[in-house]
Design a protein around this ligand. Structure first.
Ligand code: AMP
Length: 216
């Protein structure tokens, strides 16, 4: 299955992608994680991407499309994958459609995580991310079992991402509304799309995702 997770930053796409990936064995393809990986390795691509990410802007389409083309050709993607944070523009969605057409594949469905901005600001500003594995926590709503230690990889670097700072959050939301939200109509018209109420608890959202997947 090839599943697109669509929604604003902080809507829980990454968390649900991890759950699905663990349960189903489909790799989670997060362009945000790929870009952060490139930054921590100090590659040229990483350095270029950082200038956009620090401001909450989108990295150029050609860069992320290239990453997805390369990653989806790996052997672990042949039985499907979960797209988390890609596509984020109409041009990216069209490039994905072309790529899949050339491989004789198609998107199985799109899960749209719907949530209002006020909720997102609270979530993003309290978010803590594990520097080692990318797992996400929240200072009130989702604490790790042991304070300061990641439940998944036992790493001890739970930090606030630079782009989860208040001014950058506002810009990321603006960018989402301007450039990414048109994809809601795009997927509603071009493939099977299901809307999930992403303001619910992690467990409730997980159950909703699970219910929908059964019918695809
Ligand atoms: P995320 O971890 O998905 O919230 O992404 C963090 C940042 O990485 C975004 O604010 C963008 O700067 C960049 N990014 C991630 N995915 C994409 C994408 N598909 N297109 C452009 N920029 C992206």
């Amino acid at each position: 299955m090839i599943i697109v997770l669509l929604g604003p930053p902080g809507s829980g796409k990454g968390t649900q992608a991890k759950v699905l990936s663990e349960k189903k064995g489909w790799p989670q393809l997060s362009t945000g994680d790929m870009l952060r990986g490139a930054i921590s390795q100090g590659t040229k691509l990483g350095l270029e991407a950082k200038t956009f990410m620090d401001k909450g802007e989108l990295v150029p389409d050609s860069v992320v499309i290239g990453l997805i083309q390369e990653r989806t050709s790996a052997t672990d993607c042949q039985n499907g994958y979960i797209l988390d944070g890609f596509p984020r523009t109409i041009a990216q969605a069209q490039a994905l459609d072309e790529l899949l057409l050339s491989q004789n594949k198609k998107i199985s469905g799109c899960l749209y995580f719907k949530i209002d901005d006020q909720n997102l600001v609270t979530r993003l500003s309290g978010r803590r991310t594990c520097l080692d594995c990318g797992a996400m926590y929240h200072i009130t709503a989702h604490l790790p079992q042991k304070e300061g230690v990641c439940d998944s990889c036992k790493g001890s670097q739970l930090v606030q991402r630079d782009d989860d700072q208040p001014e950058v959050i506002q810009n990321r939301l603006k960018v989402y509304h301007d450039q990414t939200s048109p994809l809601v109509d795009y997927y509603d018209q071009n493939s099977e799309m299901v809307t999930i109420d992403a303001s619910l608890t992690l467990e409730e959202v997980k159950n909703a995702v699970w219910d929908k997947l059964g019918s695809w």
